[in-house]
Design a protein around this ligand. Structure first.
Ligand SMILES: [Zn+2]
Length: 348
């Protein structure tokens, strides 16, 4: 077995080898070739054997993991000037996963294609399609100004049976299903607006979290509009360990798809990363990244807080997903996984 850990680093401007070793049975991460074409940056990544690369976009870093791979001692990056990419380096994430770390100069969208049979992975990097955060801000500004009926939060006690895992025992979690009442939120091609889908999603999450031993509060459990200020005050007063705001996204372009996660305060960063990864891996839609944005709920809450936007209702396929209970079930499982992973990793 591998005794010593292997790290092999390379920076775009100066190839810098930190240390290395190798592994007989695993594939090698051999090289990265940067290309530019049709307004995109491309990374052609070569490995000595098959590895299904997985990406994760966390703010200005794009991580691409190659399971079953170690960094080759001759690993190199053939660089090109890029207005999006600052540097590319490789690190050994754990004993059998090599990771490319792409540091970005600006917001991007990306796609990964694993070219089967050629041991090649193509990463396409383009400018991020924007505009969605503006919409959320506009909604918030309107919401906090408008009077709403008093908040009617619902407390849901843990549902603990002997056979169940109780890893969330003694945890208090506040879920805020976005929109409600005369505020439908985003709309898609079907009859269920965002307010209905966020409530159903929150209820599915609540069920799983309670079964894992948590006490769950829903900021609303009916079709009712709430004021964000009341929601945040409530989460703070309830002494929640974590706070999750559930929304669905919308864009002027019906082509924009994928999962986004938002946080603001530094205490939320680790939770937000864990949650974003769990959702991206769990629902397997496009990874639109973790972003730090001062949305009201995540900015003014005292505990680790995230705002999730799992898919876009403005895209027909993703609307249909959000509108299906099997998808919401999968999403709730992913959120549960993110919560568990967060508390587990904090204990270590
Ligand atoms: Zn929303």
């Amino acid at each position: 077995m591998l005794k010593r850990f292997l790290v092999f680093g390379l920076i775009l401007n100066s190839s810098l080898v930190i240390s290395h070793s190798s592994f007989a049975d695993t594939a090698k991460l051999e090289s990265v070739e940067m290309k530019r074409d049709r307004g995109f940056d491309y990374l052609d990544v070569y490995t000595s054997g098959w590895s299904e690369a997985k990406g994760l976009l966390l703010e200005n870093k794009l991580y691409i993991d190659f399971p079953g791979t170690v960094i080759d001692k001759h690993f190199k990056v053939l660089k090109k000037k890029s207005k999006r990419i600052y540097e590319i380096r490789a690190e050994q994430k754990n004993k059998d996963t090599a990771r490319l770390v792409v540091t970005l100069k600006k917001n991007i969208d990306y796609d990964i294609v694993n070219v089967f049979g050629r041991n090649k992975t193509v990463v396409e990097i383009g400018d991020r399609r924007n505009g969605e955060t503006t919409r959320q801000f506009a909604w918030e500004t309107k919401n906090v100004k408008k009077k709403a009926a008093p908040l009617k939060p619902v407390k849901l006690a843990p549902v603990v049976s002997e056979v169940k895992d109780v890893s969330l025992r003694h945890k208090t979690i506040v879920l805020d299903p976005g929109h409600g009442g005369d505020d439908p939120g985003a709309e898609g091609r079907g009859s269920a607006p965002e307010k209905e889908l966020t409530l159903k999603t929150a209820q599915a999450c609540a069920k799983l979290l309670r079964e894992a031993g948590a006490t769950v509060y829903l900021s609303r459990n009916e079709d009712r509009r709430s004021n964000l200020r009341d929601v945040v005050d409530f989460a703070n007063r309830a002494g929640a360990d974590i706070f999750i705001c559930i929304h669905y996204n919308s864009s002027d372009s019906t082509k924009v798809t994928g999962s986004e996660t938002y946080y603001y305060n530094p205490i939320s960063r680790h939770f937000a990363e864990t949650m974003h990864e769990a959702i991206v891996r769990g629902i397997k839609e496009k990874d639109r990244g973790l972003h730090r944005v001062g949305f009201y709920t995540v900015k003014y809450s005292n505990m680790p807080a995230v705002l999730v936007e799992p898919v876009y209702l403005s895209n027909d396929e993703e609307y249909d997903l959000a509108n299906s209970s099997s998808f919401r079930e999968r999403l709730a499982e992913s959120i549960l996984k993110g919560v568990k992973e967060y508390f587990r990793s904090r204990v270590r």
